[in-house]
Write a protein that binds this ligand. Sequence first.
Ligand code: HEC
Ligand SMILES: [Cu+2]
Length: 385
Amino acid sequence: MQALALSAAILLIVAIGVGITAVGPWQLPPLASNWGLIDTMIRITLIVTGVAFVAVNGALAYFAFKYRGRPEARAAFIPDHPKLEKALIAITVLGIVVLLAPGLFTYSSYIRSPREALSVEVLGEQWRWLFRYAGPDGELGRAAPEFLSAANPFGLDPTDPKGQDDVIALDALRLPKGRPVRVQIRAKDVLHSFYVPHFRVKMDAVPGLVTQLWFTPTETGTFPIVCAELCGVGHYNMISPVIVMEPEEFDAWLQAQVAGTPAPTQPEPPKAEEEEARPTDLAEWGKQLAQSYGCLACHTTDGSKSVGPTWQGLYGAEVDVVLPDGSTQTVVADEAYIRESIVDPNAKVHKGYPPIMPPYTQLSEDELNALVEYIKSLGGNGGKH
Ligand code: HEC
Ligand SMILES: [Cu+2]
């Protein structure tokens, strides 16, 4: 009775596994690049592992019942069985070869880009993606950590002529349809992973290394770039769009960037209302800084809660804070409070939020003013925040 129940339970697990796979609630999104090969490999893997799963568990269920314990039964002593062992080794080897061999060939073409490919660099940092294009010279300029600053987020070497015409974009990765793209990937702080599910491309971004892969977008549209490496509290929010356009449209865009639009580029409207509310340049700069320093990975400006409190309506509002000694206090979020919150976030921690904001002591006085001005521009009517 027990053996029967056990066998039935094993078969049920097999049936559920196979059933869920057949119904397929977790499908990849529609393919939008040349890497249909990846889908084929996933299918091969699914078939090989699926057959092994059913065979092994089917045998387990069968034998658990067939050789169930009975008082009169005696176990046979079979110390070895060369024929069976050879067969099992052969089947296993075959299975592993079928699983691994296609991957070796695919991977080797995955990282070896065609010569004429467009050169793009993707830089990952907590918690956003930044993009750089080789300008008219077709070559990316040299970069090194010692040149990193808010104004130079890629750490471009100012003395390298190849970098002078490079185009930087913070809002989206724009690409032409039908043209191969070589992406070289770097990380500024911790491990990230550049992953575009629609393109079937994924590659770790490793501090100190440059990794690369290539693909050809085959569909126009907007697709998400996500980070596939748990890289900190803002990880879930590390999403940027990749916008695939017709080649002529892309060329025109890149031309316009090269022709002297100041990098970094800014996202397009919703500027209209925001600018009307307080069209000062300082606030506009603060907005750019908030983006380039990655504040927006944790703060929203639309009133919704994120990792940290929203900035909408913060200025002049009453805030309950926890002091380092554990006591609570209600303060007014005036300029001094906002400043202190940026430079020394743990001096007063907004009640209900974790004390995880890094102190931004590297900001210049002007940058700090701009950030404060931007936060002030997001309104506030003095209520509770
Ligand atoms: C890792 C996520 C994270 C990042 C990045 C971050 N913050 Fe914060 N911030 C928080 C959290 C969480 C709080 C609330 C806890 C506290 O007060 O320290 C906070 C609080 C604040 C406050 C006080 C708000 C209030 O309601 O009390 C201000 C102002 C602020 N941050 C500004 C900034 C600025 C400007 C930047 C970028 C230069 C930034 N933050 C980057 C997480 C972050
Ligand atoms: Cu990441």
